[in-house]
Design a protein around this ligand. Structure first.
Ligand code: NI
Length: 204
């Protein structure tokens, strides 16, 4: 069931991204000054990336401007996730370890879509299980919503967050972004360590 939900979330995310891309394209042609992050994928234009302001596990503010100057792998999830989030983050960790010193040119980001429970302290504790360069970002519910929207990420708590006992359905995609901040490609949590490492090695 979880896999089905993830699959549909993935399909929905791609559909939304494509639709948003088409819309974005129309707006872009009308309002040429609108900043755009564009990448051609298939026949559509996918707009992934945009403004956000979050806080990392050390209390530093991180915005979209901080994605520039290095390759970035972004994954949206939450620390209480029982299945796919740890797998995705572990795969990124192992892929970066395979790359040796070249991994210095990549910064992995874990962005919480559970701002109600994922405090800075919780994120710090969780990030320690993965790659040492992992930046674990969280923020207010509004900040997280904005970041998720910028990356076309869907998320939805299964019950009211006030209950403190819930899971969060969410898009499970690893985004690879170039040093200029533009979208390059994406992986799923099911993409193998080998595949991620190979793709990274091609671009680094
Ligand atoms: Ni998850």
């Amino acid at each position: 069931m979880v896999r089905m939900i993830l699959f549909f979330a993935f399909v929905a995310a791609i559909s939304v991204a494509t639709f948003a891309g088409l819309l974005g394209g129309q707006f872009a042609s009308r309002f040429a000054k609108e900043p755009q992050q564009q990448a051609v994928e298939g026949e559509g234009v996918v707009l992934i990336g945009g403004p956000f302001t979050l806080t990392d596990q050390r209390g530093n503010t991180v915005t979209e401007a901080d994605l520039r100057g290095h390759w970035s792998i972004l994954y949206f999830g939450y620390t209480y996730c029982p299945d796919v989030c740890p797998v995705a983050l572990q795969n990124v960790t192992l892929a970066l370890e395979k790359l040796g010193s070249r991994a210095n040119r990549v910064v992995p980001y874990f962005i919480s879509i559970d701002p109600w429970r994922d405090t800075q302290e919780v994120m710090a504790e969780y990030a320690a299980y993965f790659h040492p360069s992992l930046l674990a970002l969280t923020g207010t519910p509004a900040q997280v919503a904005k970041a998720a929207a910028s990356f076309r990420v869907y998320y939805s708590p299964t019950s009211r967050p006030e209950t403190n006992d819930y899971t969060v359905d969410h898009t499970s995609i690893l985004y690879l972004m170039a040093p200029d901040g533009s979208y390059v490609t994406h992986f799923s949590h099911a993409t193998t360590v080998e595949e991620i490492a190979t793709r990274l090695a091609e671009v680094l």
